[in-house]
Ligand binder design. Structure first.
Ligand code: PLP
Length: 376
């Protein structure tokens, strides 16, 4: 049996997104051209912008299309003109944030304070508040963690930042794993900037967006033409943008039903995993994305389990897709207080509503057998 259970790494494209993408590929005009083909492409792109803005509850003029989550994260951190003060981030951000902060520290000695998550993978808003001062220009805390799937109290964190920081403290959230899976409303949650990526909710890879609240002045990351109102040069990926908006609409509209089914499958698998002796599930089970299981088995290496599951036709990952293959234990799990050895043992299984009970049972059977063999 072949089972895809690595939806946090990427998702298959939704049929509606494929269809919209094909249509936009046929109408291949450059949205900057003033002729009718260009105007058609521009019109499609602007209605996609409206759609994305509506789903996040912001204005279309606050949405900038990017090449994905990594670019949106880099852009938010590097190019927002928020002065030269300190930055506060969580210690288990995606590498698109952590490595950008490291580069910024090397380049201009900007200090980045990293707030550790609690053992359950949740960031305590109070701990964020303690790090924020009037000299803090930027706080970036992810909406949901990509490895353990824990959902962060973004609204509360936003409130604490407002209390502790100056008026100019900007609150960015990397919502790449959250958008399309849990409700995200930038007004309600007090978010100033937000990154999202299409391929995490059934859109194509290589396209995403940055939301930037009106009033925050944003320098371009790249230099070139005047696209995206002079902020992001380069001919726009119209088919990708159109497909992203369609996928986002479907993901958000079906969110409740999809989450309920996915959660049921996940809990069925968790019950089976718990039957395996020496198994651990990492991170809060309540405040968690519907499809995520991050677990380990005493005395067993995560990478070995991933390879053996793959031989059995099951795709999962050890750590995030970006960390796996580096030989390093997950920085997210070690930040949560796991020892390096325990972190080495972790695997991430991420399900979607398209998985079935039979697939989940197959994963459980294979896992039990693989752990038994590896321990032997
Ligand atoms: N941020 C998070 C939380 C992610 O999970 C990912 C992708 O795994 C990214 C950023 C990067 O997004 P992209 O693959 O679109 O560059």
């Amino acid at each position: 049996m072949n089972v895809y259970a690595d939806h946090a790494a990427t998702t298959p494209m939704r049929a509606c997104a494929k269809e919209a993408m094909l249509e936009a590929l046929e109408d291949f005009g450059n949205p900057s051209s003033i002729h009718s083909a260009g105007r058609l492409a521009a019109m499609r792109m602007e209605s996609a912008r409206k759609e994305v803005a509506e789903l996040l509850n912001c204005r279309p003029s606050e949405i900038y299309f990017t090449s994905g989550g990594t670019e949106a994260d880099n852009w938010a951190l590097r190019a927002a003109k928020y002065g030269t003060g300190d930055v506060v981030a969580s210690a288990f951000e995606h590498h698109a944030i952590i490595h950008t902060l490291e580069a910024m520290e090397r380049e201009n000695a900007r200090r980045a304070e990293l707030v550790k998550p609690e053992r359950d993978g949740i960031i305590d808003p109070e701990r964020v508040r303690r790090e924020v001062s009037q000299y803090t220009n930027l706080v970036t805390i992810m909406a949901a963690n990509n490895e353990v799937g824990t959902i962060q109290p973004i609204e509360e964190i936003g409130r604490e930042i407002r209390k502790a920081g100056g008026k100019s403290t900007v609150f960015h959230t990397d919502a790449v794993q959250a958008v399309g899976h849990i409700p995200v409303d930038v007004q309600k949650m007090g978010i100033d900037m937000l990154s999202l990526s299409a391929h995490k909710f059934g859109g194509p890879r290589g396209v995403g967006a940055l939301y930037c609240r009106t009033g925050i002045s944003l320098d371009p990351l790249l230099f070139g033409g005047g696209q995206e109102r002079g902020h992001r040069p380069g001919t726009e990926n119209t088919p990708g943008i159109v497909a992203m908006a369609v996928a986002m609409r479907e993901a958000c509209e079906n969110m409740g039903r999809a989450a309920a089914k996915t959660r049921e499958l996940r809990d069925r698998l968790i019950r089976r995993i718990r039957e395996i002796s020496g198994s651990y599930i990492h991170g809060s089970l309540e405040k968690r994305l519907p499809g995520n299981i991050n677990c380990s088995f005493a005395g067993v290496e995560g990478e070995a389990v991933v390879i053996m599951l793959d031989l059995a036709g099951v795709c999962v990952s050890s750590g995030s897709a970006c960390t796996s293959g580096t030989g390093e234990p997950s920085h997210a799990l070690t930040a949560m207080g796991l020892s390096r050895r325990d972190a080495y043992g972790a695997i991430r299984i991420t399900l979607a509503e398209t998985n079935t009970e039979a697939e989940v049972d197959y994963i459980a059977d294979q896992l039990a057998e693989i752990v038994r063999k590896l321990r032997g």
